[in-house]
Design a protein around this ligand. Structure first.
Ligand code: ITT
Length: 199
């Protein structure tokens, strides 16, 4: 039987990026929705790694599959690395990203470019059927822009600007974003570790 990987996320934006990178593995990849699992998990860890492990472990109790989870977020240096691990909860889970993004732009009003540095961070944890855990991490450095730009990606992408590319991550194709992004880097590392584990 083909090995199954369950990705413990309810974020459809993440799931699309994940499929593009892991899609060529010889495994079946399922989202929580596809597996019919609704995980209401308290992400109360203090680091991305802790939260990724909490999600992966919690869902692994419900399945025999390898369970992967991504915990990620935006660190804005001028805001003391907030929203960080609170990125999804910032101003409330259900608040639209138009409003969340505008709030960050407002809090950085008048702040010069050299102090607008920020990064996306992604930690991925894999809970293995033998009880083991694997971790990977990726980051991408950028600056907080001056307005929302682009329709691609999700979340904070429209305000995350890459000076060397002259655009926000919401203006990149998904292929290009995956090549450069925190999630792309963490997923490629994890893919290698899983291929070794399954060999
Ligand atoms: P799951 O826990 O179900 O995976 P979530 O959206 O709650 O979904 P996180 O707790 O990991 O996920 O929060 C990550 C948040 O960080 C996400 O909701 C975005 O606001 C932001 N984020 C992470 N990666 C991003 C990216 O590539 N582009 C834009 N925003 C991103």
């Amino acid at each position: 039987m083909r090995q199954k990987i369950l990705f413990a996320t309810e974020n459809e934006g993440k799931m699309k990026e994940i499929r593009q990178i892991l899609g060529d593995m010889d495994v079946e990849i399922q989202s929580l929705r596809e597996a019919g699992i609704h995980g209401d998990i308290e992400e109360n860890g203090e680091t991305f790694e802790e939260n990724a492990a909490i999600k992966a472990r919690e869902i692994a109790r419900l399945t025999d599959a390898i369970v992967l989870a991504d915990d990620s977020g935006l660190e804005v240096d001028y805001l003391g690395k907030e929203p960080g691990v609170h990125s999804a909860r910032y101003m409330g889970y259900d608040t639209s990203y138009r409003i969340k993004n505008q709030s960050i732009l407002d809090r950085l009003q008048g702040v010069p470019e050299e102090q607008r540095t920020a990064r996306f961070v992604c930690a991925i944890a894999a809970a293995l059927p033998d009880g083991g855990l694997l971790y990977s991490r990726g980051t991408i450095e950028g600056i907080i822009g001056y307005e929302e730009r682009g329709e691609g990606g999700f979340g904070y992408d429209p305000i995350f600007f890459l000076p060397e590319y002259g655009c926000s991550t919401a203006e990149l194709t998904m292929e290009k974003k995956n090549e450069l992004s925190h999630r792309g880097k963490a997923l490629r590392q994890m893919k290698k570790m899983l291929e070794e584990y399954m060999a």
